[in-house]
Design a binder for this molecule. Structure first.
Ligand code: ADP
Ligand code: MG
Ligand code: MG
Length: 256
């Protein structure tokens, strides 16, 4: 059982001129393995900033607060150390890794996280199985990471990584954006398989309620202007689907 604890997290983005622009205004959130959380909010509210901050992206500076995973200081860890500690952060715009095939990338990641290389034969069949479950062509494993990937291929690759790496906590940013209905279903099934292991805590970050028709969150957090303004169960997602974010944006906060 693992716990990610985000306490009063305040983050600024570093502008090219060196100035800091405050984005996260004190985020508090606890995610335990086996739980599925959805963070939902309008564009520009800082959702991706939260994901990038957890990932240790150099463009974002933590100005206050803490993030711990099972009591360990995540903010003091390098990007690699975060992954080894069991954090999985699928980015909204994943980078290309020139000259590295999907198969090699995944095996290297698995080796780094486990501290030893996976046995070749079991690994091959695990990779094959994970790709089949996501309806991916086996030839995909030989392509270079993210090079010319379509939106749907990127998302599937994300889910394959998550299934194989078995993280303690996984953060998925806009996993539903740019997917057609069939791809959304396949990707959602993958997320649900990870969820159903009960061993990973999921933090799904999304603007839309689409993915939440397939993946049922235990907790929903409404994110506006750099912080969580309302929390509830999955019924809150239905309410957002009907009402949108307007009432949060009026400036008065949640209209209870
Ligand atoms: P969301 O993911 O909710 O759409 P983001 O975290 O991407 O929100 O952005 C939050 C705010 O931070 C926006 O106002 C955005 O313009 C600003 N922002 C994010 N990254 C940068 C950047 N590199 N330079 C300037 N502003 C940024
Ligand atoms: Mg955005
Ligand atoms: Mg975003």
């Amino acid at each position: 059982m693992s716990t990610l604890e985000i306490r009063d997290l305040q983050v600024s983005v570093k502008l090219p001129e060196g100035e800091l622009k405050p984005i996260l205004a004190g985020v508090n959130l606890t995610v335990r393995s086996g739980e599925t959380h959805a963070i939902m909010g309008p564009n520009g509210s800082g959702k991706s900033t939260l994901a990038y901050s957890l990932a240790g992206h150099p463009k974002y500076e933590v100005t206050a607060g803490s993030v711990t995973l099972d009591g360990q200081d995540v903010l003091a860890m390098t990007v690699d150390e975060r992954a080894r500690a069991g954090l999985f952060l699928a980015m909204q715009y994943p980078v290309e890794v020139p000259g590295v095939s999907v198969a090699n990338f995944l095996r290297t990641a698995k080796t780094a996280i486990d501290g030893q290389a996976p046995k070749l034969r079991t690994w091959s069949s695990e990779l094959k199985g994970a790709m089949e479950r996501l309806h991916m062509d086996p030839a995909f494993a030989q392509r270079n990471v993210n090079e010319g990937f379509s939106g749907g291929e990127k998302k599937r690759h994300e889910i394959v990584q998550m299934e194989l790496l078995k993280p303690k906590i996984a953060v998925l940013d806009e996993t539903d954006s740019g997917l057609d209905v069939d791809a959304l279903r396949v990707v959602s099934e993958g997320v649900n398989r990870v969820r159903d292991t009960g061993e990973t805590g999921l933090l799904l970050i999304t603007h839309y309620t689409r993915i939440l028709r397939y993946v049922k969150p235990d907790f929903v957090h409404v994110f506006v202007a750099g912080r969580i303004v309302e929390e509830g169960g999955r019924e809150l997602a239905d309410k957002l689907e009907e009402e949108g974010y307007e009432r949060y944006l009026a400036g008065a906060g949640p209209a209870n």
